[in-house]
Design a protein around this ligand. Structure first.
Ligand code: 13P
Length: 294
């Protein structure tokens, strides 16, 4: 079923597991994520980066929504890292579950203003808003943020940011990086613990690819309830495609690609602890955005 993001994550927060937001680019990616979620009886989020929309167009959003509606487990459709109001409005009108209104490149004040400029329209449709405070380094789909531009999330600023915006989810920067970790990752759990103690909304960790299992488990223990995963799934797909013998039929190539991505997603679902979480989703008795209008 097409599910609301906030009830999925509130259940995860209450029961101390995390749900994966997996970036997809095409039908094979959508199939892989949904098949994995159905196999594991888990809630899941299909994430679309705006750069994937530049190729797939609004049809890619519609495909995700249609696939989610036809799935046997709760599937949210999430627009990832978007600062383009055209795509935000398009996603709202198509009925996604949540949107990351990404103003993390702006000052805190401008980030607050940007988030508040998109939430009324989203909330009016029951669509949750994710915002990020701080700035992550790394590379993702053409978005490159150098190390010197990175900023960790300040816990005190986070309280003010969550109070002053209508953001429903907060993405934190605690040493996490998009893409490949060039050095062994170190996450600032003292900072995360402080943020968790001060802020009530579900917390999100981007850049989950390449984090060792122990760090993932600790991050859940300190309050992360959504992990964003892209690189590991994408790499498994691309590496597998490169090994396929010439003259293989296209449907067979598609299946091989789906299988490669599905295995990674299933592993992550197990690691995040969301296996069998599908039953926790109850849209009817939960509010779907922070301001409780639903
Ligand atoms: P990775 O590519 O590092 O898994 O990060 C994905 C992400 O954070 C998507 O928003």
């Amino acid at each position: 079923m097409l599910a609301k993001t906030l009830p999925i994550l509130r259940a995860a927060k209450d029961m101390k597991y995390a749900v994966g937001g997996f970036n997809i680019y095409n039908l094979e990616g959508i199939r892989a994520v949904i098949r994995a979620a159905e196999n594991r009886n888990s809630a899941v989020l299909l994430q679309i980066h705006p750069n994937a929309l530049n190729v797939g167009g609004s049809e890619l959003i519609q495909l995700c929504i249609f696939a989610a509606e036809n799935s046997s487990v709760p599937v949210g459709v999430h627009l990832d890292h978007c600062d383009d109001e055209k795509w935000i409005q398009q996603a709202i009108s198509l009925g996604v579950s949540s949107i990351m209104a990404d103003g993390s490149h702006l000052s805190n004040l401008a980030n607050t203003a940007f988030v508040n400029s998109v939430t009324p329209l989203a909330h009016a449709q029951g669509i949750a808003i994710e915002a990020e405070l701080g700035r992550m380094s790394g590379t993702e789909d053409g978005l490159i943020v150098e190390d010197y531009e990175a900023r960790m999330t300040d816990p005190v600023d986070a309280v003010q940011f969550v109070e002053e915006t209508s953001a429903d989810l907060l993405a934190v920067c605690i040493g996490n990086v998009h893409g490949t970790y060039r050095n062994p990752p170190i996450l600032d759990f003292a900072r995360l613990k402080m943020i968790r103690n001060l802020v009530d909304v579900p917390l999100v960790l981007h850049g989950a690819s390449g984090l060792p299992n122990t760090l993932i488990r600790d991050a859940i223990g300190y309050g992360i309830c959504k992990f964003n995963v892209n690189t590991e799934v994408r790499t498994a797909y691309l590496q597998t495609l490169q090994q396929i013998p010439k003259h293989t039929d296209l449907p067979r190539i598609m299946e091989i690609g789906i299988d490669a991505m599905q295995s990674v997603v299933e592993e992550k679902i197990d690691l995040f602890g969301s296996r069998n979480s599908a039953k926790h989703y109850r849209e009817a008795d939960e509010n779907s955005t922070k301001d409780n209008r639903f």
